[in-house]
Design a protein around this ligand. Structure first.
Ligand code: IMP
Ligand code: MG
Length: 183
């Protein structure tokens, strides 16, 4: 996937705050049901997954532990490098525990595949993923998240934790990013 160069701006709303709120509540209810009685560790993927993870965690009615991992998958280039670099690892001991990785977007699946491999080595009792948004390219990589918020078109987006050139993470809705050539 090609990442837009600096110079674009945030455009129309693609997923409204209300729709996000409803899906987060539904996902939280599913997680609550699926992990009842289990030692659940939610691992949020920084930075894009931070806002979603914070909201999802509060929609789950279980005594979960919340931890964070930071990876960089694009480097400084303008297109996906296809490489993942560990920036900050989790602090919790994951052995024998039920781990749910929470990220913003599943695009090519390279990032999530790397994360699942990374956590599998910690010998968790179970390992699943939850993504807010899934783009069509995700079908190319055999990564199957247990929970998906919404399937979206293959456009570059920003807002609700997701950045464009480092900005717009604080928007409450998910917006399309308008490239300069789009007018
Ligand atoms: P993947 O490795 O191709 O699946 O890329 C997933 C990661 O790329 C996500 O966690 C995001 O951080 C980033 N990403 C993918 N699509 C977008 C987008 O439209 N806007 C901002 N970041 C994106
Ligand atoms: Mg990310």
């Amino acid at each position: 996937m090609v990442r837009p160069e600096r110079g674009g701006e945030v455009g129309a709303v693609l997923v409204t705050e209300a729709v996000i709120g409803r899906r987060v509540a539904e996902l939280g209810a599913s997680v609550t049901e699926d992990y009842a009685g289990k030692d659940l560790v939610l691992v949020g993927v920084l930075s894009g997954g931070a806002v979603f993870t914070a909201d999802l965690a509060r929609s789950v009615n279980l005594p979960l532990e919340l931890d964070w991992i930071a990876v960089s998958s694009y480097g400084d280039g303008s297109s996906s490098s296809g490489r993942v670099r560990l920036v900050k690892d989790v602090e919790a001991d994951l052995a024998g525990r039920h781990v749910l990785v929470v990220d913003d977007i599943l695009d090519t699946g390279v990032t999530l595949a790397w994360l699942l491999e990374h956590f599998r080595a910690r010998r968790p009792a179970s390992l699943h993923a939850c993504v807010l948004l899934r783009k069509p390219e995700a079908v190319l990589e055999p990564v199957r998240p247990r929970y998906v918020g919404l399937d979206i078109e293959p456009v570059f987006v920003a807002g609700y934790g997701i950045d464009y050139a480092g900005r717009y993470r604080n928007l409450r809705s998910v917006h399309k990013v308008l490239l300069p050539e789009d007018g």
